[in-house]
Design a binder for this molecule. Structure first.
Ligand code: SD4
Length: 335
């Protein structure tokens, strides 16, 4: 049963937070521990290796944009990672379709969605941002654009992913239905989690973010989640900070999650409270569905203070700055 009392308490906490002035929030922040720049944070435990790669750029005074692109390319290339990049699990029809977006301190952004046959969607997203007047390319158009810019067309479906897909086909009802993904089991199981969202502040205090995923495993062909959608899976604003998300993308899109988190930080919410309020919006609108799914938000403000909040337990994020190189922080959760 949905815990109505807990829900009301948390909603009340959310409203009273909104009533607090920015000054009160500023006092509540612990600026001593977290305010070291540069800093990079990423979703999940594989964020540790990704952060270390990003750190190579940040520690030399490099730009946050270069750091986040380099960082998330690590899980994209990891043959043991079945939820991001090269070795991602396929969709229902056996196609590996990748989603990614990137955003810089100037508000520039680029994205690809449902892209096949190219192993580093984040770098294609960056090229969309830098070489075209557009924000997003999808499907074959994205692949064609990547090839025109020197990417190699390759078969992404690995023998291991193919085996997992064929196993799944044996068990699954092979027809398009709404909430298809929820039939795969509990939120956060081996199929339904682990997008990388990365946020970095460089030594100049400029922010950038990147988000990349193969999306929900065995999704309907053509399904796109939150991860490549600016404002949903990722948003940064150099005046305020940045946010990214992981989990069931449909709920994040419905609530324009990452944009919401950044706007709440603009109003003075500390990162964790902003993430919590965004999670509460999802729970308030669909309490029964929320029990079954995972959504987590991760945020950082311009001081380098960071926080996270998820619907379900188990969400973690990695932090790297000059004091902590490979710290994994357990995110708080509603359940
Ligand atoms: C999606 N948000 O495609 C992604 C999946 C994910 O952690 O984040 N999993 O909806």
């Amino acid at each position: 049963m949905f815990n109505r009392r807990k829900f009301i308490q948390l909603s009340a906490a959310g409203s009273s937070l909104a009533a607090l002035s920015q000054t009160s929030f500023a006092k509540a922040l612990n600026t001593t521990d977290q305010s070291t720049l540069p800093v990079v944070i990423s979703t999940w435990d594989f964020g540790i290796a990704a952060n270390q790669e990003a750190w190579k750029t940040l520690s030399k005074g490099g730009r946050a944009l270069d750091a986040v692109e380099a960082g998330v390319r690590i899980p994209e290339a990891d043959m043991n990672n079945h939820s991001v990049g090269r070795a991602g699990y396929p969709d229902r029809d056996g196609h590996v379709t990748l989603d990614a977006c990137i955003m810089d301190e100037l508000g520039n952004c680029g994205a690809v969605a449902g892209m096949e046959d190219i192993d580093h969607p984040i770098s294609v997203a960056r090229l969309v941002m830098e070489k075209t007047p557009h924000v997003m390319l999808v499907g074959e158009g994205a692949t064609q654009f990547a090839v025109e810019h020197g990417f190699k067309r390759m078969k992404l479906l690995t023998p291991e992913s193919e085996k997992a897909w064929k196993e799944w086909l044996k068990k699954a009802e092979y027809k398009p239905v709404i909430n298809f993904e929820n039939k795969q089991g509990l939120p956060g199981n081996q199929y339904n989690h682990d997008t990388i969202g990365m946020l970095a502040l460089d030594a100049k205090g400029n922010i950038s973010g990147a988000c990349t995923t193969s999306g929900m495993a065995f999704k309907l062909h053509g399904r796109v989640g939150d991860s490549p959608i600016i404002g949903a899976g990722l948003y940064v604003d150099n005046e305020v900070g940045g946010a990214t998300s992981t989990g069931v993308g449909e709920e994040v899109i419905r609530n324009v999650g990452s944009f919401l988190v950044v706007e709440l930080m603009r109003q003075g919410y500390p990162p964790e409270q902003a993430c919590k309020e965004a999670v509460m919006r999802i729970i308030k609108k669909k309490p029964e569905i929320a029990k079954q799914i995972q959504v987590g938000f991760l945020a950082i403000n311009k001081k380098g203070e960071h926080g996270a909040y998820a619907i379900q337990q188990g969400f973690s994020y990695a932090v790297c700055n000059s004091k902590k190189q490979d710290t994994l922080i357990k995110g708080k959760s509603y359940y």
